[in-house]
Design a protein around this ligand. Sequence first.
Ligand code: NAD
Length: 345
Amino acid sequence: MSIKVAINGFGTIGKRVADAVDAQDDMEIVGVTKTGPSFGCDLAVKKGFPLYCTFDEPERIARFAEQGYECHGGLSDLLAIADVVVDCAPGKMGAENLSKYQNAGVKFMFQGGEKHALTGLSYTSSANHAENLNAQGTRVVSCNTTGLSRTLVPLYEHCGSLKVECTMIRRAADPGDSKKGPINAIKPVLKVPSHHGPDVMTVKPEIEINSLAVAVPTTIMHLHSIIADLPEGHGLTTDSILAMWRQTPRVIIMHGEHNRITTTAEVMEMARDIGRKWGDLHEIFVWEDGVELIGNRLYYFQAIHQESDVIPENVDCIRALMGTEPDWRASVAKTDAAISAYYNC
Ligand code: NAD
């Protein structure tokens, strides 16, 4: 059976999820929505993804044809042929869209711009795939929370407890975004602690974590500065933690000095060399020479490609909701192999 996937909101995240789904042999894109005709429709047409309107009003649907695009109908028409809808609308539109999904009786997934309370369930592949099996709906957590989860969950599973303080140094805007800032300032998030760290507890409540956040004038990557307190008797060393992360899916460890990869600019240049579309980096990047365990306290930095680390998680999450792959590691391996083959990289 091929899982029929609808994408509601074909923007930064939506177009990437659509490609990643298209790469898999157990699921297919049955349609993507745009709010109206725009350059983004061309990509859907080029990929052969049926185009739908985000809304059902006939006059809005008609606008697509006026600009030369074939529109197959409104959101209701798309939901009627889908098993699961991946909501990739801008954050905080979830409540409005949720009722549409519930009325259509379709499974649904939101993104990290929505609060956990919307669905009462959240998702990352390594933390709680099993908890999401066969659920009606969930939320794939944000790029930052996904990144924290990737490196902290294996540490927690080894240690049995973990206390974490971290600072998110956040990109001000995505490269394709002209509305956000700052462009010449450093902007602390004055809501303390920030929501990013505590959001990890929606997928792994056992990890005690708090965070601060700062927005800086860059469009490429978030950087996390992390301090984790391990319990007595953890039995780990800096080298064994690095070895653990090397075995962890979707984590890349590289020596900054030896590889001359000391800033997020070089990390993204390396990502472009990998050859995925849009220069994406699905993996979390950890600088080997920036990891140090001193006593029970672990220090490290990691970089997050905000537009893409959640993309393979969305694919795994579809399998969780549909109950087609109970083993998260098997899903991750399948997802990543298919994406690599799709882009020949
Ligand atoms: P985006 O603005 O790039 O794309 C959103 C798309 O949804 C646009 O095409 C927009 O026209 C469309 N849209 C507008 N109103 C809609 C509605 N009512 N219903 C459906 N679609 C609608 O936004 P994005 O960056 O792709 O973010 C989508 C979600 O993913 C948000 O929850 C965001 O917080 C989350 N997210 C974003 C990033 C990132 O770095 N961009 C990373 C992780 C998670």
